[in-house]
Design a protein around this ligand. Sequence first.
Ligand SMILES: [Mn+2]
Length: 333
Amino acid sequence: MASLNEFLNLSAKIGRIIVTAHVNADPDAVASAALIGYLASQKGIEVEYCFDSVSALSKKVLSNLEIKLPLASNIPPDKPYLIAVCDTAAPQLLGKCEKLLEDAKEILVIDHHAVREAVWHTKFAFIEPEEPAASVVTAYHAKSVIDRLPNQLATLLMSGILYDTRRFLEASPKTFHVMEWLYPQGNYTLAYSLLSEQPSRSERIAKLKGVTRAVLLDVCGYIVAVTQVSAYEAAVARALVGLGADIAIVVGGSGVEVRASLRASRGLLEKGLSLDVIIKEIAEKIGGTGGGHPGAAGYNYRERNKKAARKTRSKVTRLLLVETVESILSSLC
Ligand SMILES: [Mn+2]
């Protein structure tokens, strides 16, 4: 198998590399790309990046760490180049950067999605679907090329790993292997805190109102919480379950909008409750659209006027409560 070092040596001969990643590049994608770019720059290779788009969170992480990834000035490029594709399962996911593949002298693919290597037409494919993050794959191979990384880059990589592993909920032996390498070189606390986003003031108020207004029911030991808010129904429902409710029913919407959001605790889900079924039935009964997953479902309806919307909200609240309680009583009590 071709090595990363081999690819870098080839890049050094051509003198130029463009690093790219999937559209709306998340912290894992930009971290993986930044590491490839750094390795190339250490070999004196001219490095540029091409991102169709970068997520708001990635922008925040990069600017906090003062990492600049210079974007390719000319596309298609005017000089020969190689391309490195990070964290991308298929060429189409590169968006506007996909056209760079055509004239690239060689392609490096470094990824953790389950893809057919054949779609990339290259011998430099490091695709490891068993790994939870492209940053893990990239850092693992980088370790054999370089001993030390700058503090900011090590921190960025830890952010990428934390992000894609969902704070190590998903992990692998390689994840901890590269973390052992990265940890002393970067700032783990910063890597972690950069990912946590304080919700907006209005979302926090909606949650607090939703919780204070909540009515609790004990249905054979299960706690059902029902509440109304005018916005952020899903966030309020998640918050209620986070506080200990087994089921949260949140009805809301403002003006002519009628919305509802349901969430169930993990424990109830394991017992086979399906909120999406409940909400679909209600939508069939009174109109509007409802659906989702067993543990998280939503409902939407547009009424004729505000008065009708107020009435429908009450009706939806009552129906959801009745149906939910019934489904607990019939299958779980
Ligand atoms: Mn990823």
